[in-house]
Design a protein around this ligand. Structure first.
Ligand code: ADP
Length: 198
């Protein structure tokens, strides 16, 4: 068999360092990193109609409606560079989005889901620091705390679901970028090897 497609997700609370690790994983597997947050922020910056629709929602730390988010991901996954696989970052974020994604990649199940585990106090501190550096509108302390709550309520339950599917790779997200990248790499290698052997 010449199956070289790799379909991955990275999941974890806001501030866990998903974006940084996503770039490294994507490069390693030669697939595009697709971040819904980045897509929304690019549209806000560009002043597009989508950007105008989502700006206030994102600045409050709420989730963009599923219908809109699912459509954007479906369009992105239909692009040529995603045909050989992808790494999703920030999507799916609730059960409804998991079902939508299952429909989009019908028959081509995900190979692995990386969970970046970090404690809430550490991530809040990290995000407050990022606020100073990047000036993201949703990085005020109040909105950061709200995003953590939204994660706990809507996104954290997905971990159990992916665990039941046998594709979860849990990684300790505390440490240097390189240390965490190493843990992810060995966790993914083990998961993908086990899958190939099944
Ligand atoms: P973080 O992980 O730090 O919260 P993201 O860039 O992943 O940052 O997301 C920023 C914001 O973009 C979210 O708080 C939410 O408003 C919106 N967003 C991103 N992905 C989704 C999604 N899959 N569904 C709904 N809203 C989303």
């Amino acid at each position: 068999m010449t199956e070289t497609t790799t379909r991955l997700l990275i999941i974890g609370p806001p501030g866990a360092g998903k974006g940084t690790q996503a770039a490294q994983i994507a490069e390693r597997f030669g697939v595009p990193a697709i971040s819904t947050g980045d897509i929304f922020r690019a549209n806000i910056k560009g002043g597009t109609e989508l950007g105008q629709q989502v700006q206030a929602i994102i600045e409050r730390g709420e989730l963009v409606p599923d219908s809109l988010t699912n459509e954007i991901v479906a369009d992105r996954l239909a692009q040529a560079d995603a045909a050989g696989g992808f790494l999703l970052d920030g999507y799916p974020r609730n059960v409804e989005q998991v079902h939508a994604l299952d429909g989009m990649i019908e028959g081509d199940a995900l190979d692995a889901v990386v969970l970046l585990e970090v404690d809430t106090d550490a991530v809040v501190a990290r995000l407050l620091k990022r606020a100073e550096l990047e000036g993201r509108a949703d990085d005020t302390e109040e909105v950061i705390r709200h995003r953590q709550d939204v994660y706990a309520e809507q996104t954290a339950p997905l971990v159990e679901l992916f665990s039941e599917r046998g594709i979860l790779v849990s990684v300790d997200g505390l440490g240097s970028v390189e240390e965490v990248a190493e843990r992810i790499a060995s966790g993914l290698d083990a998961q993908l090897a086990a899958k190939a052997g099944r």
